[in-house]
Design a protein around this ligand. Structure first.
Ligand code: AMP
Length: 392
């Protein structure tokens, strides 16, 4: 079934229960403040649209961090409520718990327009997809909107179980719609050549996605710590580089599957004795060295593939990019991808941070907000939260 868009929803006079991903990073010490509000900023167009469409009440839901079903002030959504109120210029009332008795009382107050339910994961029932918990949440709204793409791969009450109480009254928010469209574009007849750039720390985390990409793409350019298990699987020395035995076994398996020679590996490296020592570049990795970034010849080799590409998907940094000494490979890939003229999608987490650090973030066709969700969508072509929203 087609997703129903919030753009087509009649919200006039209705109470709208809306799930967002306000899982923003906070400072570690009190007072806890938001260090990067991008996820909230990306939700604002949907909230503004709900206000424009004349919703009588807007009940916002989100999780934040991993409080593991316990009330924990460290993970309170209070900084989010404050930020939303500032941005929207309207009061945002924060409840004391996700489903406490006070919620209905707040909804009765004529002056209250926006209510933010306290962290859904303060209740253990959210992650258990408890039906009574989902039903309780559903009583707060006449219609349901899901704009939490970053949580759509979870079978949790607020993104999954709740849908069945809104049959025909469940809508995709603007951000979720945009994500599905851009990622769908990668899977549904992408313009060729289609090149994937994959980095990050572990093969095991991304093995299913790599298997799927081997079918979809023409080339996979591997970088980051993920490259070393592949090099070791091919019999090359990797010195002290991050390289677990499980990952080497998986890399061997993937190389055997790769009949068309799609997997491309680094041909040189930025190496150092440890991340604090002085780097040098080298085609091989000596026993006393670790690989911490791709080298200049690899950048040139990968740039050639990227220049000819019509579709590019990028996930994971090419090195220990948080340290400027080992950020060149990642920044150069960001540069080539952003200026390739291809349809370009950056998927989640560290790659988004790297894209932002490169200064080219606004030159990618799409920067996905959901790390795990975007990889799972590519792997399976569907997500539980999106299927449930479609009424499947
Ligand atoms: P992931 O979450 O799997 O995308 O991994 C991202 C993390 O991998 C980042 O924190 C990078 O700094 C780290 N990383 C990438 N390449 C390397 C490397 N060669 N050595 C150590 N860490 C790396």
């Amino acid at each position: 079934m087609q997703l129903k868009s919030i753009q087509d929803a009649d919200l006039k006079g209705k109470k709208v229960l809306a799930r967002f991903d306000f899982n923003v990073p906070l400072t570690k010490t009190e007072p806890r403040t938001i260090t990067d509000a991008s996820r909230i900023d990306m939700a604002l167009p949907t909230i503004r649209l709900m206000l424009e469409k004349g919703a009588s009440k807007i009940i916002l839901m989100s999780h934040l961090g991993r409080p593991d079903g316990q009330v924990n002030p460290k993970y309170s959504l209070e900084p989010v409520a404050t930020y939303l109120a500032e941005q929207l210029g309207i009061d945002v009332v924060l409840t004391t718990g996700p489903v406490d008795v006070g919620v209905k009382e707040f909804l009765q107050l004529p002056e209250t327009k926006i209510v933010l339910l306290e962290n859904l994961r303060f209740s253990p029932l959210e992650e258990k997809n408890d039906q009574e918990f989902a039903e309780k949440l559903s009583t707060y709204g006449d219609v349901y909107v899901n704009d939490a793409f970053g949580a759509a791969h979870r079978k949790h009450a607020s993104v999954f179980g709740v849908n069945k109480f809104f049959s025909g009254r469940a809508y995709a928010g603007l951000l979720l719609e945009k994500e599905i469209k851009a990622l769908g574009h990668l899977m549904d007849k992408p313009a060729k050549p289609f090149v994937a750039v994959l980095g990050g720390a572990k093969v095991a985390d991304k093995i299913k996605t790599i298997e799927r990409l081997l079918v979809l793409v023409d080339k996979i350019l591997i970088g980051g710590a993920m490259a070393y298990p592949f090099l070791k699987a091919k019999g090359l020395a990797v010195g002290k580089s991050l390289c677990g035995d499980e990952d080497v076994a998986l890399a061997k398996q993937l190389l055997a599957q790769d009949k068309g020679g799609k997997i491309q590996l680094p041909v040189d490296h930025i190496v150092a004795g440890n991340p604090d020592s002085e780097p040098s570049f080298s085609a091989t990795i000596n026993n006393d060295k670790m690989g911490l970034d791709i080298g200049p010849a690899t950048i040139d080799k990968y740039a050639l593939h990227l220049k000819g590409a019509k579709t590019i998907f990028w996930n994971g940094p090419m090195g220990l990019f948080e340290n400027p000494k080992f950020a060149t490979g990642t920044m150069e890939m960001a540069n080539y991808i952003a200026h390739s003229g291809a349809f370009t999608v950056v998927g989640g987490g560290d790659s988004v941070a790297a894209a932002q650090q490169s200064g080219f973030a606004d030159q990618f066709s799409h920067v996905s907000t959901g790390g795990g969700a975007s990889l799972e969508y590519i792997e399976k072509g569907e997500l539980p939260g999106v299927n449930a929203l479609r009424g499947l």
